[in-house]
Design a protein around this ligand. Sequence first.
Ligand code: ZN
Length: 485
Amino acid sequence: MSDARWEAVIGIEIHAQLLTRTKMFCGCALSFGDDPNVHTCPVCLAHPGALPVTNREAVRLAIVAGHALGCEIAERSVFSRKNYFYPDLPKAYQISQYDEPVCLGGTFRYLTEDGERTVGITRAHLEEDAAKLIHTGGDGRRAGAESSVVDFNRGGTPLLEIVTEPDLRSGAEAAAFLKQLRQTLVQLGVTDGNMEQGSMRADANISVRPAGREAFGTKTELKNMNSFTFLERGITAEIARQIAVLEDGGTITQETLHYEPTPGEITSLRSKEEAHDYRYFPEPDLVPVVPDRAWVEEIRASLPELPIDRRERWMRDLGLTFEDAEVLSETAELAGYFEAVAAVAPPKSAANWVRGELRAQLRERGEEPWESEVTPAALGEIIAMAEAREISMPNAKAVLAEVVATGAAPREVVEAKGLGAISDETELIAIVDRLLAENAAQAQQLRDGRDKVVGFFVGQAMRATQGRADPARVGELVRERALGG
Ligand SMILES: [Zn+2]
């Protein structure tokens, strides 16, 4: 925060689209990018008399998420009707959960460079998404459009809404939290977390108060943040706006705001509704969700190691830095690949190779490590040869390039191409002496104190040996032989 006299108070509401095959209350397929209105039926089009049925897989994914968020899984939760009229909502109510949600009262742990932090989770509940309005004419937004049409493919998509306690204090903190929450949900298969396609969306409740005061200020709700960058910038801009209003002697109005990333502006959408405006009441067409306790426990027992636990273990047991652990745990596949390399090579070297040279070489081919020709065992072998100085670092990279291209065994590549390091010191000395004699001018510069010229000789020696010399040792020998050291 820019101003020590004020403290920001931020809570986040996350809508995550669940990775089910079908919609929340009917058998229509979920899809993105298909022709409009091809995945519809009487239930999701709200034909009179059509009855919804709860998607069991959506309930299972909500329980998975609930466990990961440290929530209590309710013995009984109830669907309610949230009544409002909008063209993307044909029933004129959304089936959601109100006072009896599926997950209650958890704590999400996330990592920053300064250590572990926590955010309280108020609740997580199941609901259905609205359909999608498409505005034609103008620039695609409602304002200035000539007409609007509705695509009902998205209508009825299962969502998990996660509501946090107001525990966050800055835009950067909110972005770090959301990034790791997304990572956790994606790695558990709860959602694909695609923010650009809208399968994960975040709104922020923001207020400011004088530093040291307990009572909350009036909050605003900031919508439309479909990336971590926008979330951070939007929150930062709204905090600054509220502080400016208050310092001018003004008051904050409770309202819903829209963050427009391009000019970085905040505009008002509408004054904020209160819960009673929606006239919630229990959905009479659905039975309560009463998950079998053995099933709930079975789901808990089958959860894999959470990303934060894996990162903390790597930092503690493998000596990885915060940044190494962050990069290598990005996806479950990358994490698994790294662990397999670290099982056969020193972990820190494994981290450097996977993050650095391997990904750089594979990027050109558009491949990921786990789908490439380079098995963890092969990479481990290359690392071991380089560390034992059986091959020079440049040649280790050349061996890797060959393995990337052909999948050949590293040791066979070294032998077939004659890439083994020159272990005979007299051979290296002879090469250095010859180079010093052939390049008398540079040798003189070296004797005159221009140490930079060593690099020239190392380059020449590497060329002369096809990369089989150890560059550091060549540098030492050049100084010794030229300066008589
Ligand atoms: Zn349907």
